[in-house]
Design a protein around this ligand. Sequence first.
Ligand code: 13P
Ligand code: SF4
Length: 337
Amino acid sequence: MVTAEKLYEKLKDIQVGNPVCRFTRENCELLLPTIQRIEDLKREKNAIILVHNYVAPQIYYSVADFTGDSYGLSKKAKESNADVIVFSAVRFMAETAKILNPGKMVLDPNPNGGCSLADGITANDVIKLRKEFPDHTFVCYINTTAEVKAQCDVCVTSSNVYGIIEKIPNDKIYFLPDRLMGENVIAHLKTRGVYKDIQLWDGTCYVHEEYQPESIDQVRNNFEDVEILVHPECNSSVVDKADYVGSTSQMLDHVRESKRDTFFLLTECGLTGVLQSEFPEKTFAGSCTLCKYMKSNSLEDILNVLENPGPNSIVEINPETQKRALQCVDRMFEYTS
Ligand code: 13P
Ligand code: SF4
């Protein structure tokens, strides 16, 4: 188990987000009884805890068994032999774990953890669209509900969306729900000489849609040799000015391998915090923004869900929906294997 000293070592360099992300050794001491109790319950219940890269660092660096982006964590959920999977992130990620491993108990400590993308389209919307676009392959971003996945053909994440849409043997694609990501896919395929009829749903991530290219110009003026990393949920005028576009884990790996010393990330604060902790010798310029859904995860909720899960915290999916959604998600693994 992590000690207060080790936890403080991990958290002391983090200076982003809100005051919660500025830690003292004393703060870490105060967290220890909750962490200890969670570790005991993990052992008792044969549980694992999966934590997304955006989740608060005191969770990320204490009780997580695996951390990562939505693709990496889905893979861990699929392969897990644990009896219980606690998914500290947002609802659609916990649902995806249940789709992939329906025999396990999947617990969501943050059952109201929505997502502006996943909440912006329903299964009925997709049913209607399929009538309107009968020849199109329906590709859904993983940021969708199980019911929406069950109506689609192939699931993608930010780490594989460009490659999968290029590989799908159909020139007619309906991509949902992220319009900005879809526009980035179209622009990327154009650079590769690939032209497909790609129709888009008009959803956006309320965090990433706010970033503007002017902030990149400003940072480039102020920091010589800065490397700009952006998430593909950003708008295309931001993506056009970036040096690197990728999922949260791909950005982390890119910084690890980069020879540069200064970076500017246009994505949720949690990732910048992880990078500040992992690479204290590097500079992370500019500000970042918070996803209120990811940031509503707490250590107390993880403890409560392991001790006494409420009905909304136990992820249940209708078996027919699960079967159909699994085909959609499994196709993603087939395309990426
Ligand atoms: P990643 O799969 O890149 O971690 O993204 C998930 C997400 O919700 C980004 O806003
Ligand atoms: Fe959804 Fe955006 Fe939050 Fe990611 S950052 S979980 S896309 S609202």
